[in-house]
Design a protein around this ligand. Structure first.
Ligand code: ADP
Length: 260
């Protein structure tokens, strides 16, 4: 995008020429476009839960409802409030990461107990899934921010559970390749259509079909995962077959501390 400015130059009463200034404003236009898109996405995402909270509370105020109906509406208000708070937290997290304002504390830690702990945590949930950890090595020391890495794997395991039928098996495979390690999380759930693959890590992107609409989510989890992986000089990839399952693979540099 080019902005132009022109002015005729007269000197001694005579036309002497034209001053022409061309300015490349591509960057400004792009920043404006992204800002507008963000504002409209956020207002849409906030408006949906807010309007259902408004609707349910209005019904409760205006009508004399039996206790069981009141409880049902309150439960809906509660879950929409939870969704809003999750959305705002995730969104602020992501903003900080993208603006490079997120502080990371790098330290060496063992990934295996962390993954085992996440498995334990998810095994306690109501629709327990069979989560298997397969690792070639007993200890896997990496250099990183353990809280953020936990958030990254927590998100991926959570998705594997969310998008698979109750009780479906999930495998977490840890492997070492030269100076990098990979963690692959495989589920046998609903999978991802090929047409969605290129947009999957975009902010707010959710595959739109009857399954995912029922499951719910903010569409921010994978963007957060990608930011965390990048901050660790790592990468995240996905392979999937719709209707069969997905594998999300995180690749991180192995950086063991020097021996004592
Ligand atoms: P959400 O909060 O919607 O789960 P994510 O950013 O974590 O947001 O994921 C984006 C979208 O990618 C999801 O809405 C879903 O459509 C798809 N997705 C993510 N993980 C999986 C998975 N393991 N199996 C199938 N689809 C998935």
């Amino acid at each position: 995008f080019i902005k132009t400015y022109s002015e005729e130059i007269h000197y001694g009463g005579k036309f002497r020429g034209i001053l022409l200034v061309l300015r490349d404003v591509t960057n400004e236009v792009e920043v404006d476009r992204i800002k507008n898109e963000l504002v409209s996405t956020i207002s849409h995402e906030l408006r949906t839960p807010l309007s259902s909270i408004y609707g349910f509370t209005e019904l409760m105020i205006q009508r004399d409802l039996p206790a069981n109906r009141q409880k049902k509406y309150l439960a809906a208000v509660h879950s929409e409030t939870e969704r809003l708070s999750l959305l705002i937290n995730d969104f602020l997290d992501l903003q900080r990461m993208e603006a490079n304002h997120q502080e990371y504390t790098f330290e060496p830690f063992d990934l295996i107990p962390m993954i085992k702990d996440l498995k334990q945590l998810h095994s306690l949930s109501s629709s327990a899934h069979d989560i298997q950890i397969l690792s070639d090595v007993p200890v896997q020391i990496i250099q990183g921010d353990s809280k953020k890495i936990r958030q990254l794997f927590g998100n991926l395991i959570n998705n594997a559970i969310k998008y698979s039928p109750a009780g479906g098996p999930i495998e977490i495979r840890l492997e070492e390749h030269h100076d990098r390690m990979t963690v692959a999380i495989t589920d046998h759930g609903i999978g991802i259509p090929a047409s969605a693959m290129s947009e999957l890590f975009q902010k707010f992107y959710r595959v739109d079909n009857s399954d995912t609409r029922k499951i719910g989510g903010t569409g921010l989890g994978l963007s957060i995962c990608r930011e965390i992986a990048r901050a660790h000089d790592g990468e995240i990839h996905v392979e999937s077959i719709e209707g069969q399952g997905s594998t999300f693979t995180v690749e991180l540099p192995l950086n063991p501390p020097p021996p004592l």
